[in-house]
Write a protein that binds this ligand. Structure first.
Ligand SMILES: *Cc1c(COP(=O)(O)O)cnc(C)c1O
Length: 426
């Protein structure tokens, strides 16, 4: 496969942009090699700047649950843009979008739209501190919640792939207020809460971990967090930036039947445009300005183009059979890959939920960051390159999810499995 143009562009980009990329995980640091520069996407496929085509399992790291350039979404964004891209004043589209989110997510009665998942989690922490009058936060090892200072501690994903435990430049006071527990261990949370009584404002968790690779919650884990948070007067924040509108239309909270106090959304909610959101009960959201004392604002927040794309995406996701289809495609990929790895006698653990899975090059079950980190990164890197050479684009890190969209077809599944069979024998 010739990727001459990608190499040329990467050369130029590295002189102009740190690492040649505008988000670190795009630089392929953990798998090595020259990142692919993309030029076009349609449905489940993306084409690079040399014209090679790939079945895309990155899907912009989650937002593209309907695939690339879904015509209805593109049209909605174009129509909205033609009427003016931003007013800095309220619009009808924001009301329609808020109604959709409130109806979709069980724990949300009021919602505020922002421009990214990072803004959503950063604001959710500020809200939790403002509402409780406390300062400490509990997060989980391997939980990624965007690049807010307070949350760049043991943050999995791109941070883990870089080998940075905690980012340089974070004020030590922010990091000091953040305590780290182990995913799937209620006991580790209990110990922290008991050691810091009346000091913890919030526990923030990805209810289905996605940034240490996909790790579903063990039975009782989310219920345990709910009970502990309530008992200790801390708020429970579900970061559903990945799981929202993916594992089900109502997010992980609708699947596992556990209600958080605050929910963070991002990725899918913007239909491929920059949108994040945080929502909670009306009582908690009354803390947010202009109703209450917690300030949070945004020039382009709720802009018509992003709202129109988001509304259209959510409406399309509500159509009957969409999630059944995504779950079915995911299941066929996962079971196919499982038997191929077994035949090749290559150790692998495949964790999955509806619309996302991770192939861990690991002989033992992966239930948290420690077990995820025991995976064979070199074997993963070889598999990744063998797949891209065969026209399949998986995430370029062991600690990320493969995302399945409604646009992936039975044919895509067959081609992906054929590529994997070939990659494993090579
Ligand atoms: C991607 C992600 C974020 C950050 O969202 P951005 O839009 O990249 O700022 C936060 N939380 C989780 C769980 C994510 O996967």
């Amino acid at each position: 496969m010739d990727r001459k143009r990608s190499s040329e562009l990467f050369e130029q980009a590295q002189k102009l942009i740190p690492g040649g990329v505008n988000s670190p995980a795009r630089a392929w640091n953990s798998v090595g090699g020259v990142p692919i520069f993309f030029a076009r996407g349609q449905g489940s496929h993306a084409w690079d700047s040399d014209g090679n085509s790939y079945i895309d399992y990155v899907c912009s790291w989650g937002p593209l649950i309907l695939g690339h350039a879904r015509p209805e979404v593109i049209k909605a964004a174009q129509d909205a843009a033609a009427l003016g891209t931003s007013f800095g004043a309220p619009t009808e589209l924001e009301v329609r979008m808020a109604r959709l989110v409130v109806d979709a997510v069980p724990s949300i009665e009021m919602v505020r739209f922002v421009n990214s998942g990072t803004e959503a989690t950063m604001s959710a922490l500020r809200l939790a501190r403002a509402y409780t009058g406390r300062n400490r936060i509990i997060k989980f090892d391997g939980g990624y919640h965007g690049h807010d200072d307070a949350l760049l501690v043991k943050a999995g994903s791109g941070v883990a792939a870089q080998g940075i435990a905690t980012s340089a430049g974070v004020h030590p006071d922010y990091a000091a207020a953040t305590m780290v527990a182990d995913f799937n261990s209620v006991e580790s949370v209990k110990r922290l809460l008991e050691a810091h009584r009346d000091e913890v404002a919030a526990i923030i968790v990805e209810p289905v971990a996605g940034n240490m690779g996909v790790v579903p919650p063990a039975p009782g884990f989310l219920e345990g967090l709910r009970e502990l948070a309530t008992a200790h007067g801390a708020l429970l924040i579900f970061d559903e930036v990945i799981s929202g509108f993916r594992v089900a239309y109502g997010g992980a909270q609708s699947v596992y039947g556990v209600k958080p106090d605050i929910t963070c959304l991002g990725k899918i909610v913007g239909g491929g445009f920059p949108v994040g959101a945080y929502g909670a009960s009306e009582e908690i959201m009354r803390t947010v300005a202009p109703l209450g004392p917690m300030y949070q604002a945004g020039t382009l927040s709720g802009n018509p183009v992003a709202m129109a794309a988001g509304i259209t995406t959510l409406e399309l996701l509500k159509e009957p059979g969409v999630y059944e289809g995504i779950a079915d495609t995911t299941e066929r990929l996962v079971s196919g890959l499982r038997s191929l790895f077994a035949q090749a006698e290559a150790p692998a653990q495949i964790n999955s939920v509806c619309g996302a899975f991770t192939v861990f090059f690991n002989a033992r079950p992966v239930t948290d960051m420690a077990t995820a980190s025991a995976s064979d990164m070199d074997a993963f890197a070889r598999f990744f390159h063998a797949m891209t050479e065969r026209g399949v684009y998986p995430p370029p890190s062991q600690f990320e999810a493969w995302f399945v969209s409604a646009a992936h077809t039975a044919d895509d599944v067959e081609q992906t499995l054929a590529a994997a069979r070939d990659a494993l024998t090579s």
